[in-house]
Write a protein that binds this ligand. Structure first.
Ligand SMILES: Cc1cc2nc3c(=O)[nH]c(=O)nc-3n(C[C@H](O)[C@H](O)[C@H](O)COP(=O)(O)OP(=O)(O)OC[C@H]3O[C@@H](n4cnc5c(N)ncnc54)[C@H](O)[C@@H]3O)c2cc1C
Length: 452
């Protein structure tokens, strides 16, 4: 007979938000057996951003001469579990599986929930196990958009890869070993596209990026910002093909991808294709059961949805963004961490008749690849003002951009900032200082931020 289990609290999903929520439950006090995390992944919560960065550092072959075999081994500085379990990404304690055991928190791994019935407070897994709860935290994150979703010809060939979970990263690592020093085509010019192009190049692949937009990361980057990264990537030997998309793939006799066909008629040889064309929040289990907004599950400032006792955190939540007075959904790790903490604090406060402050989030995004790293705080709307030297050939690149709306600076991007400088731009985005003269702001550059 299929098993049935009851918990006071269930966190559905085992990613970033789940890990930070578990830590907060630990801090606030949770009795053994009260809390379970149910995840379709086979490992305890980890810092997902590591998958497109340290996890893909080059592998070496460790040869055991006595056995006369060479096995892939991970370079000393390549990230591997347990090294990047939550909550190390924000400088916190690394929660190993033993931590959950000690706290009496049940980690139910490799368990996909296929049905959620919020009325009866029951979750059902693919193999028929049921889990009931009093309070549910939905932390299912996002899934990657696949080219097979659009019926792109040949998109099911081997070595056309995506990256969301650790299993995907392992497939990519295996493909890099199998196709050593080969040709890689990266479809998409967003976060994944930029970070994975760099990772493939570092692994000695001949890399071509393809994207339809006039410049990379158009959702955040201005033409001036992209000018730097495109030039910098070109200087690292990465080919960039813009203004077209992958319209089909050919495979060899083994079914391995061999050619990427572009819509403009060009063809590119490929041993590995990485696709990073966006994600979708995983809200499907709750369709028709909770209110939705802007593609996510609508929550209040405590991350409680329209159904009492059901919370949504991380990528799936559309929450009231106090700073901009409008509902927003944020697909970034900093918000996954903070929304999880806010929800657990609110749940515990409610139980003891207390209250917590409203969630007052300042958007923060970052990325790094090769030896460049940027941070962004605030909102990227309004007029833009580029400052500093965005020459891709600069020996020590440092430049940025201010976004100015209604006479106030509301967003700041900075490449190559020190810890203090990054703190300064965060302060500016929060304080929203007035500016009368944008030309003068451009000339003043980073000094404007460090003075605030
Ligand atoms: C490769 C990569 C690199 C990234 N790099 C950055 C970065 O540099 N900076 C940044 O700000 N953000 C980055 N992000 C985004 C960031 O990681 C996400 O915003 C964050 O992980 C969201 O946390 P979450 O807990 O909402 O979802 P996730 O961390 O995705 O966790 C969701 C969990 O739910 C599980 N799940 C889903 N459905 C079910 C189900 N039905 N049953 C059981 N389990 C289920 C999943 O398996 C997963 O374990 C990156 C994302 C990826 C994929």
């Amino acid at each position: 007979m299929a098993s049935e289990k009851h918990f006071k609290y269930v966190i559905l999903g085992g990613g970033v938000a789940a890990g930070y929520a578990a830590r907060e439950f630990g801090k606030q006090g949770v009795q053994p057996g009260e809390l379970a995390i149910i995840s379709k992944e086979s490992v305890a919560p980890y810092e997902r951003p590591a998958l497109s960065k340290g996890y893909l550092f080059p592998q070496t072959l460790a040869c055991r001469s006595t056995l006369n075999v060479c096995l892939p081994s991970v370079q000393a500085d390549a990230a591997r579990l347990p090294g990047f379990h939550t909550c190390v990404g924000s400088g916190g304690e690394k929660l190993l599986p033993e931590w959950y055991t000690e706290k009496g928190i049940e980690l139910i791994l490799s368990m996909e929930i296929v049905k959620a019935d919020l009325a009866s407070k029951t979750l059902t897994s693919a193999d028929g196990a049921t889990f009931t709860y009093e309070t549910l935290l939905i932390a299912t994150g996002s899934s990657t958009i696949k080219l097979t979703d659009f019926g792109v010809q040949g998109a099911e060939s081997n070595n056309i890869l995506y990256l969301r979970e650790i299993d995907d990263a392992d497939k990519l690592v295996a493909a890099m070993q199998a196709k050593k020093d080969g040709k890689a085509v990266v479809v998409g010019g967003g976060y994944i596209g930029l970070e994975l192009s760099a990772a493939l190049k570092i692994n000695n692949f001949d890399v071509t990026m393809v994207y339809p937009e006039p410049w990379c990361m158009p959702r955040l980057f201005t033409a001036g910002i992209a000018h730097f990264y495109e030039g910098y990537y070109a200087s690292k030997g990465i080919n960039i093909v813009k203004g077209t998309v992958a319209s089909g793939f050919d495979a060899d006799a083994n079914g391995d991808v061999s050619v990427v066909k572009l819509k403009d008629g060009r063809v590119l040889d490929a041993d590995i294709v990485i696709v990073g064309v966006g994600g979708r929040p995983l809200t499907g289990l709750f369709k028709g059961q909770v209110e939705e907004e802007k593609g996510g599950l609508k929550t209040d400032t405590f991350f409680e949805t329209s159904v009492a006792g059901v919370y949504a955190i991380g990528d799936v939540a559309t929450f009231p963004m106090k700073l901009y007075d409008e509902p927003r959904r944020v697909e970034h790790v900093d918000h996954a961490r903070k929304s999880a903490e806010q929800a657990v604090k609110a749940i515990k406060a409610k139980e003891s008749g207390e209250s917590v402050a409203e969630y007052d989030y300042l958007p923060y995004f970052y990325s790094r690849s090769f030896d460049v790293a940027w941070q962004f705080y605030g909102d990227n709307v309004g007029e833009t003002v580029l400052f500093g030297d965005n020459d891709p050939a600069a020996a020590k690149p440092k430049f940025g951009t201010y976004w100015v709306k209604d006479g106030k600076v509301i967003g700041v991007f900075l490449e190559g900032g020190s810890a203090d400088e990054n703190q300064a731009i965060a302060k500016v985005a929060r304080a929203q200082p007035p500016v009368d003269d944008v030309e003068a702001l451009g000339k003043e550059g980073l000094d404007f931020a460090t003075k605030i």
